[in-house]
Structures are given as C-alpha cells and as structure tokens.
Write a protein that binds this ligand. Structure first.
Ligand code: ADP
Ligand code: DP6
Ligand code: CO
Length: 366
C-alpha cells in the first residue's frame, strides 16, 4: 500500500502596502489591494507535512507539536474543502483507477522556525505551506513543462486566502500583489507576481525581533474592529491605497529604492494610524518600535544630505517587530548601527545573528 504524504515549506511575506480590513469575513475578501516581498526560504518559514490515510478516523492538525482544535466550518475546513474538490474534479473523476484520497481524512503537522502569532506573518507562511503541502499530496501542483500545473500558483493563492488573507501572497517569491478584486465570490481576489526576486536581488529584509510573545489582538479581530469603527480606514481605502499600489509597482519595476522606501514607511505609518483610529484603539508598536523608526529616519536624513538618497525603510506588521528593507551595500552598516543601539538578547531565537536579531531595550535614544 503506497503512502500518501507530502512535505513543503513556505516563507513569510512582509507587506509594504498593508492589507487591513475585510469586505467579506468568510471568503476573506480585502477592502484594499496590498503588496509584499516574500522572504527567502532560508529564514522565516513554515514547514508542513500532510498525510492522507483511510485509517484516520478524523482530520487533525498539529502546530509546533501541539494539537490544534479544528473549528467546524472554520478557515482550515474551507481550505480543505476547496483542495478536495479540485482533487476530485481534476484528477479522480478523470482517472477512475486513481485512489480516491480526497475522501480520506488527513493528518497535518506544521512547524514555524520563528515566533508564531507575534506579528511576523506566521499565518501567511502557515496557510501557504498548508495549501501547498496538500496540493502536492493531491498531485495538484506539478510544475514540469511536460506536465503543466493542474492548479496554478494564482489558483492556489485563492485557496490559501481562505485560510489567512496574507497567505495568498506567500505562494509566490519576490514582489507580490494581492488584487482587491470586485467579484462577490472572490475568484478575482488573487495574488500575482509583480517581479521575481532576481529582478532586484540586492533588496534585503532585516528582521528585528522586539518581542516574540503572542500579540494581544490577533490580526483577524483587530482588522474587523477597524472596519467597524474607523473613519480613517475609509479614506485610506478610497483615496490612498490605489495610488500607492501603482506608485510602488513602478518603484519596483524601476528599482527606485528612494520611492520604494518612502511609500513603504508611509504605508506602515498609516496602517498603525488606522489601528489607533479604531475604537477601542489598538497599539501594535511599543517604545522600542518607535525608537527603531527614529533611528531609520535619522539615518535617512544624514544619507539624504550626504548622497541625495535614502538607505533604509522600516515597516511594522500587526506587532512590535520591525522589518527594515535595505539594499545589499548598506546591510552591514545598518546591522552595526542597529546592534549598537539595541543590544542583542542572550536568547536570540535565530541561527544567523547578522540577518536576524532580538533587540532589548535601546541603550539610548538615537
Ligand atoms: P501573525 O502575525 O503571526 O500572522 P495572526 O494573528 O495573523 O498572527 O495569525 C496567527 C495564527 O495563524 C495562529 O494562531 C494559527 O492559528 C495560524 N498559524 C500560524 N502558523 C501556522 C502554521 N504553520 N500552520 C497553520 N496555521 C498557522
Ligand atoms: C498587518 O492575513 O494575518 O500583516 O486574513 O484575518 O488571517 P487574516 O489576517 P492576516 O493579516 C495581515 C495583516 C498585516 C498586513 C499584511 O500582511 O498585508
Ligand atoms: Co497574520
């Protein structure tokens, strides 16, 4: 009896234009388009193994070794239902001799090699890895030229989106947009690659872990409260994001770091302003986060005066942890300066101290 099992990994993506707000909470349809960079596989990623077996009496999920509850009619079930439907219609119904593994229960085990639910996009890599591992198990993602994809990455992004909105962007590497779409059923709210990583290989992301604890307000509940209470969100959706999407896509195509950095920092700041405009307000950043903003602003001010160009762009997701985008030539300098002001914790959770580090309280305000 063959074993039906597949393991895949997916990296996190960090948004430059933030998704924050749903127009449909069940289908996870956003109130605005968003754009992110997918990090390389070697650092922050989820690795998921999915196994189908007729002896499994129920479908189960383990996250970082601990069994999770599977909510009936919840996100995981919706992703699974979609993948089972694709397997049945595209493979099993067409090939009567193929085992009907879509009818079997699944055991799914996933590990994150970085803090979960801490504002470092674990739901993005998590649901992307879940989708791609089950797609691989079901034979839905064969990418060889002789055997064209049964489900394209954009199609799988629609499935990952049902698990967590930001997950749809982690199905692609490089620079990725998630289109807001206009259909009520969501088939045009998918991820597309704006440019591959090789287009701008000198772009780096430095992950500054300020606090690796689980955040107080999940992204899902936070954005729902924002949609219900924030007037500023309506201005952002209508008057700000559409123009920013166009401008950042152009900056990426032109490899124009100054424009990229200005838009990225402005959008992070507006996202956190919108969180503050929520009732009751949501504070994702803390004093260390704000000191990192001050440091990057100061570095940029000095650099602009000296060279006419910016050197770095900060962005913060729904948590206090900073991501600093910078180009290769500045990586060493930025790390040295950040480490000088924010001493390393003794319990750095990451293997590579130069790319990823945990900050304590700053030594002094920059
Ligand atoms: P984050 O900022 O880390 O994305 P969220 O609040 O958006 O935080 O989502 C965290 C939730 O995502 C977790 O509580 C869990 O339900 C889900 N999640 C995280 N990692 C995985 C994974 N590897 N596989 C499946 N689900 C995951
Ligand atoms: C601030 O994708 O985690 O990281 O769709 O409810 O699972 P759900 O939310 P999630 O929200 C991400 C918010 C963000 C911005 C972004 O990644 O675009
Ligand atoms: Co998330």
């Amino acid at each position: 009896m063959p074993v039906f099992q597949a393991t895949t990994s997916a990296p996190v993506n960090i948004a430059c234009i933030k998704y924050w707000g749903k127009r449909d909470n069940t289908l996870i349809l956003p109130t605005n388009s968003s754009l992110s960079i997918t990090l390389s596989q070697d650092h922050l990623r989820s690795t998921t193994t999915a196994r189908a077996d007729p002896i499994f009496s129920e479908t189960k999920l383990w996250l970082n070794g601990k069994e999770e509850d599977i909510k009936s009619g919840g996100r995981l079930e919706r992703c699974l239902a979609q993948l089972k439907k694709m397997r049945k219609e595209r493979i099993e119904d067409k090939n009567p001799n193929t085992p009907k593994i879509s009818e079997w229960n699944l055991h799914v085990a996933s590990y994150n090699n970085f803090p979960t639910a801490a504002g470092l996009a674990s739901s993005a890599s998590g649901f992307a890895a879940l989708t791609s591992s089950i797609a691989a198990l079901y034979g839905l993602n064969t990418f060889t030229p002789s055997e064209p994809a049964v489900a394209s990455p954009s199609e799988l992004s629609l499935v990952a989106r049902l698990g967590s909105g930001s997950a749809c962007r982690s199905l692609f590497g490089g620079f990725v947009a998630w289109e807001v779409g206009s259909s009520l059923t969501g088939e045009d709210s998918l991820a597309i690659q704006v440019a591959p990583q090789e287009h701008w290989p000198t772009m780096h992301a430095l992950i500054c872990v300020v606090n690796d604890a689980k955040k107080g307000t999940s992204s899902t509940s936070g954005m729902q409260r924002t949609v219900e209470t924030s007037a500023l969100l309506q201005h952002r959706i209508k008057d700000v994001v559409p123009a920013r999407m166009k401008a950042i896509e152009k900056a990426i195509k032109d490899k124009d770091f100054d424009s990229f950095a200005r838009i990225t920092m402005a959008d992070s700041n507006q996202f956190h302003a919108v969180a503050l405009d929520t009732a009751p307000p949501i504070f994702y950043m803390n004093d260390v986060s704000r000191s990192i903003i001050a440091l990057v602003e100061e570095l940029n001010r000095v650099s602009l005066a000296k060279t006419g160009h910016l050197v770095a762009a900060y962005t913060f997701d729904a948590g206090p942890n900073a991501v600093i985008y910078t180009e290769e030539e500045n990586v060493k300098q930025i790390i040295e300066i950040v480490v000088r002001y924010f001493p390393q914790s003794d319990t750095n959770p990451f293997p590579d101290p130069f790319k990823l580090f945990a900050g304590k309280q700053p030594k002094a305000a920059p």
